[in-house]
Design a protein around this ligand. Structure first.
Ligand code: C2E
Ligand code: CA
Ligand code: CA
Length: 412
């Protein structure tokens, strides 16, 4: 951080240039030094950037910058921009590289600054990645309402008796020529190309088609079942989106949970009002991947939700980690205090199941019970109950493992 007294110079015209500056507070004057004195060409305040040409080339400063009042600034180096560009979406990156290249070419033509041009990375890999992403977006848009999109279901079980209480609906894309494409690839593409709301609608339509048979099968094996679908945070505040889901679910909204990640909720300014609108239509709402984002427990208390899903990074290996058990104990205590349902995600071992049960968590999901499977196999879970593999792994774990619960650190 740079602090300047009033009237002090940040840079002088002709100085070598190695960074730009973001004005944090105060006020700066940009001055052109001319034979007959200084000419004021701009006045900049908080949030504005000065000296940005240093990010484009390494020419000397073309103007002086002076603090009008005491000011603070944050330097921005070309390296920081390069790192951000390297991690950016390929289409955005290609666009920025193109704009920068054209800008430099224009400078060359008008001002002969070519001697100072910074070397730029080879853009051929960026072009390839951008083209691949746009092609995937186009194909996903064409596939979204067709046979290539399916839903697999993963059971969420009651940790007291192993009964399936909910099924998480997870989208699957089986590309006709490329085969299965994982959600970790196509969900970000759907989100970047404004297709995630259409994906949620498609998944809900499939769920509505499957729900009558799932409900009938579940009733025979001892109780009702709900289905959870995943919603992208960016769609939450979209006008009409929640209402569209409500219309698709019709009278079945109370059998459907909308899962939103903690990170998405923190980022969405409309989170609380949209969740309230969803609940007013009868949907249940759950915070997904809880603990993986930056939401404080205080923030979660303000949200109108029905459940928390503890991120699997805490559940994996919890039987061997006192820290994970303590964190989960505090999450469960928060959840209980707020009267929320708690699901532990990513249970893979008998030991983690036992530790989760000992924490007081009431519901669980994970490969130990089942991977996500097609609709037909999901029906079989209920038909085979209680001799199914799912119940067997549950009761086996219950008998073999007893783990003491960790103390809870949450006091307020
Ligand atoms: P998620 O909502 O956290 O879903 C759970 C993911 O964890 C699923 O991966 C599931 O297969 C995986 N999982 C479940 N149990 C275990 C376990 O015991 N161990 C491990 N290692 N993994 C486990 P999947 O199906 O690949 O989905 C990944 C993510 O893609 C989902 O994470 C969700 O964020 C997103 N996604 C899937 N379908 C949709 C959709 O229809 N819409 C949106 N917006 N996102 C979706
Ligand atoms: Ca989820
Ligand atoms: Ca999750």
């Amino acid at each position: 951080m740079i602090q300047l007294e009033a009237r002090a110079y940040l840079v002088k015209q002709g100085d070598p240039a190695s960074s730009a500056f973001l004005v944090e507070s105060g006020c700066l004057e940009v001055l052109l030094e001319q034979p007959d004195g200084e000419q004021l060409i701009a006045v900049l305040g908080p949030g504005e950037i000065v000296g940005e040409m240093a990010l484009v080339d390494s020419s000397p400063r073309s103007a002086s910058v002076r603090a009008r009042v005491a000011s603070t600034l944050m330097p921005i180096t070309p390296g920081q921009i390069d790192n951000r560009l390297a991690n950016a979406d390929p289409v955005l990156r290609l666009l920025l590289e193109t704009v920068l290249t054209r800008f430099r070419a224009t400078l060359d033509q008008v001002g002969g600054r070519s001697a100072h041009v910074r070397a730029r990375p080879d853009t051929s890999a960026i072009k390839c990645a951008a083209l691949a992403q746009l092609a995937m977006a186009r194909e996903f848009a064409q596939a979204i309402d067709g046979e290539e999109i399916a839903v697999h279901y993963q059971p969420i079980v009651d940790l007291a008796d192993g009964r399936i209480v909910e099924l998480e609906a997870l989208a699957r894309w089986h590309h006709l020529t490329h085969g299965p494409i994982p959600p970790s690839m196509f969900v970000p593409v759907a989100e970047a190309n404004d297709l995630s709301a259409a994906l949620a609608a498609r998944v809900l339509r499939i769920v509505m088609r499957d729900l009558p048979l799932l409900t009938a099968a579940a009733e025979k094996s001892g109780g009702p079942v709900r289905v959870a679908i995943n919603i992208s945070g960016q769609d939450l505040g979209k006008p009409g989106f929640i209402e569209e889901l409500g219309a698709l679910a019709g009278p079945m909204t109370s059998s459907v949970t909308l899962e939103l990640t903690e990170t998405a909720l923190v980022r969405s300014p409309a989170a609380a009002s949209s969740l309230a609108a969803a609940r007013a239509l009868g949907f249940r709402v759950a915070v997904d991947d809880f603990g993986a984002g930056y939401a404080s427990y205080g923030y979660v208390q303000t949200l109108p939700v029905d459940g928390l899903k503890i991120d699997r990074s805490f559940v994996e290996g919890m039987s061997e980690s006192f820290t994970s058990r303590s964190i989960i104990a505090s999450m469960v205590q928060l959840s209980t205090a707020l009267n929320l349902e708690t699901v532990g995600e990513g249970i893979e071992t008998d030991g983690d199941l036992a530790a989760l049960r000992a924490s007081g968590c009431t519901l669980g999901q994970g490969y130990l019970f089942s991977r996500p499977v097609p609709f037909i196999d999901t029906l079989a879970f209920f038909a085979d109950w209680p001799s199914s593999k799912l119940f067997a792994s549950f009761s086996h774990a219950q008998a073999d493992h007893e783990i003491e619960s960790a103390p809870c650190f949450l006091t307020a």
